[in-house]
Design a protein around this ligand. Structure first.
Ligand code: AHG
Ligand code: MN
Ligand code: MN
Length: 363
């Protein structure tokens, strides 16, 4: 029976929960509160320059802590919305986000729960001023047993869990339509916000990333800082039909990872923000806990692959809350190829014909 267009996000989550008779429904309730935060952010994003005053009022309403404060940038507002929609519900032991240096504690006047929520409240925020799609990314982890048992404050160490342990992950994309794409560990589903109902409705069942692609995404202005395996891969794509790949490639760069991930989930492709030599203090641009892990979880649940180039992303043991990391994700055949290039000895690469003078990215 085709479900498309008929199930709400709530129904989808309830049907998923039936597979676990012992489940309490807390995860579902948490995801619905997150989806409410995404609806609120979508509203603010959609009003653009018209919405400053209204957005300010919306954020201040009901939140005495920020009353009277001057207008805040949109990513700080989105962060506050995520906190406000989730701190009260009793499902969380703590939160962490791109916008907060330290983990956020659940206030003492609220119950504490068994999950940790990690999020990038507004991804691609440099695209806000130019009216290009942005999004929110979230990752749900289990809180360590002693945190749940004692109800103690959370620490950074509690969040440093490999991506494979995620219970659920998702993103909202604020584009021509607002969507939530998520996985609770049983494939990936996409929901489109029906603005008349104010409900996310299942529109994309069982999303799969095609194994093969001829589309790649990378910020080529960084090419002089790339490592040889990445240079080799991009060179081969650019060489097209006449090159070793024997086919022409297309390229995209939106500069909102959420939007790139969404395109790849819809039609395949490969996205790279690899480790490079631009700034030795930053081994990659994107952040492990609230960008590459949740996107990696979704992409892998959809049959794609996500890697650092050297190892599977979801196997990385995080070392800090805001750790940056190189990332390659998308169509499995391309990600596997890029991983293979990383594992081949550098000497061989230096002698490869693509690093001969005709190479487009030769320094
Ligand atoms: P954020 O807005 O959360 O800081 O993330 C922006 C990220 C990501 O979405 C995007 O892929 C990348 O930054 C763009 O980087 P460049 O500006 O280097 O292209
Ligand atoms: Mn981001
Ligand atoms: Mn952000």
């Amino acid at each position: 029976m085709p479900l498309t267009g008929r199930w709400t996000l709530t129904r989808y989550l309830i049907e998923e929960r039936r597979r676990y008779p012992q489940a309490s429904g807390e995860l579902n309730a948490l995801i619905l509160d997150i989806s409410l935060a995404c609806k609120a952010i979508a509203r603010i994003v959609a009003t653009g320059a018209l919405g400053d005053a209204v957005a300010g009022l919306e954020v201040r309403a009901g939140d005495t802590n920020v009353q009277g404060e001057v207008q805040k940038p949109l990513d700080v507002m989105s962060n506050e919305i995520f906190i406000r929609m989730n701190e009260w519900n009793g499902h969380l032991a703590g939160m962490a986000s791109e916008e907060m240096d330290e983990p956020k504690q659940i206030p003492q006047n609220y119950q504490r729960g068994k999950y940790l929520l990690v999020f990038d409240p507004l991804d691609g925020s440099s695209n806000i001023d130019v009216n290009v799609s942005v999004g929110s990314i979230f990752s749900i982890l289990r809180a360590p047993a002693d945190v749940v048992a004692s109800g103690r404050d959370v620490t950074e160490a509690d969040f440093l869990q490999p991506g494979a342990t995620q219970v659920a992950a998702g993103y909202a994309i604020y584009g021509p339509v607002t969507m939530i794409v998520l996985s609770v560990g049983n494939g990936v589903a996409g929901f489109t916000l029906n603005p008349n109902l104010g409900e996310f409705v299942l529109t994309h069942e069982n999303i799969r990333v095609p194994r093969e692609t001829h589309e790649f995404a990378i910020n080529t202005s960084n090419s002089r800082f790339w490592e040889p395996p990445v240079k080799r891969y991009v060179d081969e794509c650019l060489a097209g039909k006449a090159g070793p790949r024997g086919k022409d490639f297309n390229m995209r760069w939106i500069a909102s990872m959420v939007a790139e991930a969404h395109r790849i989930l819809m039609r395949g492709g490969v996205f790279m923000y690899p480790r490079d030599t631009k700034d030795p203090a930053k081994p990659g641009r994107l952040r492990l806990l609230y960008e590459t892990n949740p996107i990696g979880f979704i992409v892998e649940q959809a049959g794609g692959r996500c890697s650092t180039g050297r190892q599977p992303m979801l196997g990385v043991k995080p070392s800090s809350l805001h750790q940056r990391i190189g990332v390659v994700f998308g169509s499995a055949a391309e990600v596997e190829r890029i991983e293979r290039y990383h594992h081949e000895p550098i000497e061989e690469l230096d002698e490869a014909p693509l690093f001969a003078p005709r190479s487009l990215f030769r320094d």
